[in-house]
Design a protein around this ligand. Structure first.
Ligand code: HEC
Length: 193
């Protein structure tokens, strides 16, 4: 009897000790969920540079190297049409909606010469995407600036715990210029002609 009571009260005390942390951590989960939902970064499910290399580079060279002199003569309206028609007719890999817009954006970067950047993956510990090869990518939020590592046309960066992704800006830079995206608002550069 005494034994039983003792273990019951130990159990009650143990519960008591856990009650507060449990309530607090449930609250934190709810708050974090709300913050993430409100400021989720814009992430592109489509990788336009990968697509270009797979579907367009056979005629236009690696990263469009063979069309840099002709693409500058196209108006933005012509460029949109070029990309849509090339994708459907020459590449037999039609694009529409967000995918088409992202591919047009990449082609605009070939026209204006400034480096392109896109976010294709975001977790609380890592950001990754594509960029014009040979350019440097930095991710900045508040006073913290992170240098991304690059491989070909892909960049990625590990994000420290207190880094506020919702306020992050990604900047890509090379000898020809720089482009910046605020990832709460846009997944890629060159969205407008
Ligand atoms: C089978 C070869 C071929 C493929 C594949 C191809 N193109 Fe083209 N592309 C051409 C040719 C030839 C021209 C120029 C003549 C014309 O307008 O048809 C051209 C023109 C263009 C232009 C206009 C600028 C210029 O250099 O004349 C753009 C932009 C373009 N292509 C983008 C793309 C994109 C993006 C893809 C991939 C979705 C793609 N092309 C796939 C052959 C190709």
């Amino acid at each position: 009897m005494i034994e039983k009571n003792k273990s019951a009260s130990v159990f009650a005390r143990t519960l008591d000790r856990f009650k507060i942390p449990l309530v607090v951590s449930a609250g934190v989960v709810v708050v974090c969920g709300a913050v993430l939902a409100a400021t989720a970064p814009k992430v592109s499910a489509f990788a336009p540079v990968d697509y270009f290399q797979a579907k367009c580079a056979s005629c236009h060279g690696k990263y469009g190297a063979m069309m840099l002199k002709t693409i500058v003569k196209r108006s933005d309206a012509q460029l949109k049409q070029d990309v849509q028609q090339m994708a459907a007719v020459h590449s037999r890999a039609p694009l529409s909606g967000d995918r088409l817009s992202a591919e047009i954006a990449y082609n605009r970067s070939l026209k204006d010469g400034k480096p392109f950047v896109i976010l294709t993956s975001a977790t609380s510990s890592r950001l990754a995407g594509e960029m014009t090869p040979g350019s440097a990518v930095t991710v900045k939020s508040g006073a913290t600036s992170l240098k991304a590592s690059a491989s070909g046309h892909q960049w990625s960066v590990s994000v420290p715990k207190k880094f506020d992704i919702s306020k992050a800006a990604v900047t890509v830079k090379n000898g020809k210029g720089a482009s910046t995206i605020q990832i709460a608002k846009q997944a890629y550069s060159h969205a407008k002609g």
